[in-house]
Design a protein around this ligand. Sequence first.
Ligand SMILES: CC(C)(COP(=O)(O)OP(=O)(O)OC[C@H]1O[C@@H](n2cnc3c(N)ncnc32)[C@H](O)[C@@H]1OP(=O)(O)O)[C@@H](O)C(=O)NCCC(=O)NCCS
Length: 169
Amino acid sequence: MQLRNVLPDDVDAYVRMRCDPVMMADLGGPLPLEGMADKVRRDAQQAATDLAWLKMIVPDPASPDVVAGTVTMWSHDTDDGPISEIGWMVLPEFQGRGLGKRAVRALLEQARDQGRWGLVHAFPATSNAASNSICRSVGFRFLSEVAVTFAGRVLTTNHWVVDAGKDLP
Ligand SMILES: CC(C)(COP(=O)(O)OP(=O)(O)OC[C@H]1O[C@@H](n2cnc3c(N)ncnc32)[C@H](O)[C@@H]1OP(=O)(O)O)[C@@H](O)C(=O)NCCC(=O)NCCS
């Protein structure tokens, strides 16, 4: 498994992840197709300038065009000040093989090795058993259940936090 920056050509994978009702079931439902190419371009630019870590998961480095999903780390403002957040998605045909967990662990190890991002927060939906398992397995601590607004929808989530410098198993 390898992680590489999002590129403008990744629009098909973005559409399959973000515009699909099953993939988005725990994230408030599918997003509109319109604007997805612009979103990928903006993400690719942010990744290239290292403002955020926006990575595609490549299961087999010998086939770099085949992508299994994304894992991303970014910083944003909240009512309590700026926080670093991590999020992830794995396409259906690659789910259940441990790729999500390995990708999340790999990005947190990068954060640890570069001493960047500080405390990293994650907000999987309370109903998303696999994502909550990932948090538990890679060293996050559970804080509380919390309502989060994502793409204009309010989701019931579990708030997890990890200090990559100290908490990785
Ligand atoms: C959630 C998701 C990222 C999991 O990725 P994955 O690569 O299939 O997960 P893994 O194979 O790495 O498994 C991670 C853990 O979840 C468990 N798991 C996997 N599929 C599961 C399922 N359907 N139900 C319950 N647990 C599951 C695994 O046993 C593993 O647990 P462990 O850490 O205790 O060993 C993926 O299913 C997905 O993208 N779903 C749709 C989008 C989404 O929900 N994104 C996350 C929003 S927070």
